[in-house]
Design a protein around this ligand. Structure first.
Ligand code: UDP
Length: 332
């Protein structure tokens, strides 16, 4: 029976991973450490399992005498406005967090890390294979996130190389879906929260920049398959994403239409906003041939809207009222 630690387990991805872990019968204890910086207690409040324990703490300072068979490191903000606001804290959570978590791993245990497609920066190659070194600026405003993901990968792969550490690293691409914070600030959650509260949808730049949007259930399914896999000769980082690349403006227009014609406004681009992002899934298809992203962005966005409507406790009547206020303001 295994003891498992999930750092960042009250976050968007971490909490979905915990739900999957608790379906396993070979786990006797699942500890979540989270400081609730970007995570939310509401993401784990449905869990009633006696094996589950929540510790509110920075991962870097986690106090415990336990050692764990499996450690999952997801403790990091992932939304640009959040990590840009607190770069030092972001670097600390990723890198110093990894150092602390390595201390807590049993000998022979497995360390799983959620890196990011941000390690490719603003890519000049599309789609991006894991072997692409990326185009990242270590002096730029996104560097606290990009470079701390890269440096943590470096730490873990060097531990694998020099000490035989059992390491599994995934690079997710633009994940969205239920349990994102309404004030998260990333594209899909922003658009949905804006549409539900009758505010215009903010598209940064011309909206022609593209991303590969992955619905959370598909992405977590990929994580679980890879993280729990014992029989594989693949040792590198693994892209996990949906390889259908869609322009930001198209997503905004889709959400606008779904919500009865919410206006779209254009705002300046955030600094160093990547122009494109799309995973090369050759390795993912080799490692887990039975896995694929089954949920289209149209279906995923509709599911996300439903979830946000409930989470924000917004009734259909309130949505309609916000819509008529908007029309009245526009003088129609
Ligand atoms: N974006 C946007 N409006 C928003 C939030 C984001 O147009 O309200 C754009 C952003 O500039 C970027 C894309 O959507 O081009 C994806 O941004 P997100 O923050 O979701 O992820 P990341 O930039 O990390 O890929």
């Amino acid at each position: 029976m295994k003891k498992v630690l999930v750092a960042g387990g009250a976050g968007f991805l971490g909490s979905h991973l915990c739900d999957r872990l608790l379906n396993r019968t070979d786990i006797e204890k699942l500890v979540v450490v989270d400081n609730l910086w970007t995570g939310r207690e509401a993401n784990i409040s449905h869990i009633r399992d006696p094996r589950f324990q929540f510790v509110r703490s920075d991962v870097e300072n986690l106090q415990t005498s336990d050692k764990f068979d499996e450690v999952y490191h997801l403790a990091s903000p992932a939304s640009p406005p959040w990590y840009m606001k607190e770069p030092k804290r972001t670097i600390s959570a990723n890198l110093i967090g990894a150092f602390r978590l390595l201390d807590l791993l049993k000998k022979g245990g497995r360390f799983c890390f959620t890196s990011s497609s941000e390690v490719y920066g603003d890519p000049l190659v599309s789609p991006q294979p894991e072997s692409y070194k990326g185009q990242v600026d270590c002096t730029g405003p996104r560097s606290s996130y990009d470079e701390s993901k890269r440096c943590t990968e470096s730490l873990l792969f060097e531990m694998q190389r020099t000490q035989g550490l059992d390491v599994k690293i995934v690079r997710p691409f633009n994940v969205y879906g239920p349990r994102t914070r309404p004030d998260d600030g990333r594209a899909v959650s922003n658009f949905v929260a804006q549409a539900l509260t009758g505010r215009p949808i903010t598209v940064f730049g011309d909206g022609l920049q593209s991303r590969s949007w992955g619905y959370v259930d598909d992405i977590i399914d990929g994580f679980a398959r890879y993280f729990w896999m014992n029989e594989t000769d693949y040792r590198g980082p693994l892209n996990v994403g949906n390889d259908r690349e869609i322009a930001v403006l198209e997503v905004a227009q889709y959400i606008s239409r779904l919500m009865g014609g919410i206006p779209i406004v254009f705002e300046p681009s955030p600094p160093h906003d990547p122009t494109n992002r799309r995973p090369d899934l050759t390795n993912a298809n080799y490692v887990m041939p039975e896995w694929s992203c089954a949920i289209s962005y149209e279906e995923g966005v509709a599911k996300t809207l439903d979830w946000f409507r409930q989470d924000m406790k917004i009734t259909a009547a309130e949505v309609a009222e916000a819509g008529s206020r908007r029309l009245a303001k526009a003088g129609r």
